[in-house]
Design a protein around this ligand. Structure first.
Ligand SMILES: Cc1ncc(COP(=O)(O)O)c(C=O)c1O
Length: 287
């Protein structure tokens, strides 16, 4: 596995210190980020990820990161990665400032990291399939009225704790409801329920992140005439599901094998959607 870092217009080894001890991203989680998968040396769906990064920045009152610099750095890092697949992260923090919660005239920090990583992305011919996807419902909820809804924030500890809870309970990904007991999303993914011949995913007002993969599944599924749509899903319905699926940049769309200890089978619409997804990715790496 190799890891590369881009900072201040230079590619550096991963162990070289780059941010200062006063960086607000480090001290108070004041920053945003985005992650995409790298397939054969190219960041997948880079334009959509850079656009979401700008939306996240705007939502938290940071200036938009310079799209041209970010794009150039991302293409450069991805091309240098060893191995057929990897992941690339763009981080944009409020930058160094005086301590304390208030921002004091900061200059944002831009940082990119890339690492080789075996991903389950269906489009990557050489990708290694994940061992399994086991979902565990966690005892905490996503607050759909939080100011960070829809923001890919570096304040990620809630997600980390949810995923760690899932892991302690034999899972690989967390299931989060919102305060209304509706299905919201995974710890670092969007969730789909396949029921009555339809593939359903919560709408954005559930409090979930507007996942790029979710968006592509909705768009490409509709274009292929598949029954894939947004719908409010009570958490209890999801937990009773026969078929569930998970989407994220590094996973693409995968069927869940286990939900709260119960075995699931891949649903027929999910399987068809995986086929369409792989086909579309093979046609265009920046849709
Ligand atoms: C909380 C959360 N929801 C959803 C997703 C999936 O988004 P994407 O498909 O853009 O990776 C992620 C990705 O990391 C995430 O962190």
């Amino acid at each position: 596995m190799s890891t590369l870092v881009w900072f201040d217009d230079e590619v550096r080894p991963a162990d070289e210190p780059v941010v200062t001890a006063l960086d607000r991203g480090l001290l108070v989680g004041d920053g945003v980020f985005d992650t995409c998968v790298v397939i054969d040396g190219r960041p997948f769906a880079l334009r959509r990820h850079v656009a979401r990064l700008a939306r996240s920045a705007e939502r938290v009152g940071l200036p938009a990161p310079p799209a041209d610099v970010v794009t150039r750095a991302a293409l450069d890092l991805a091309a240098r990665l060893d191995g057929p697949t990897g992941r690339l992260r763009i981080t944009w923090t409020a930058g160094p400032a005086e301590g304390g919660p208030a921002r004091t005239g900061t200059t944002p920090t831009l940082l990119l990291t890339a690492e080789t990583h075996p991903v389950a992305h269906p489009s990557a011919a050489s990708a290694q399939a994940p061992v399994r996807t086991a979902l565990v419902t966690v005892p905490w909820v996503r607050n759909e009225r939080s100011p960070l809804v829809g923001v890919k924030s570096t304040s990620y500890a809630e997600n980390v704790l949810a995923i760690e809870y899932a892991r302690r309970h034999g899972g690989t990904e967390a299931v989060l409801a919102n305060t209304r007991d509706e299905l919201c999303e995974g710890g670092a993914s969007n969730l789909f329920l396949e029921t009555d011949g339809e593939l359903l995913t919560p709408p954005l007002d559930s409090g979930c992140l507007a996942g790029v993969t979710r968006e592509l599944v909705l768009e490409w599924g509709a274009a292929a005439g598949l029954p894939v749509r947004e719908a409010t899903v009570p958490l209890a319905d999801f937990r009773a599901a026969d078929h569930a699926a998970v989407t994220s940049a590094t996973r693409g769309i995968v069927a869940a094998d286990i939900l709260d200890g119960r075995k699931l089978r891949p649903g027929p619409v999910t399987l068809e959607m995986q086929r369409v997804f792989a086909e579309r990715v093979a046609q265009d790496l920046d849709p």
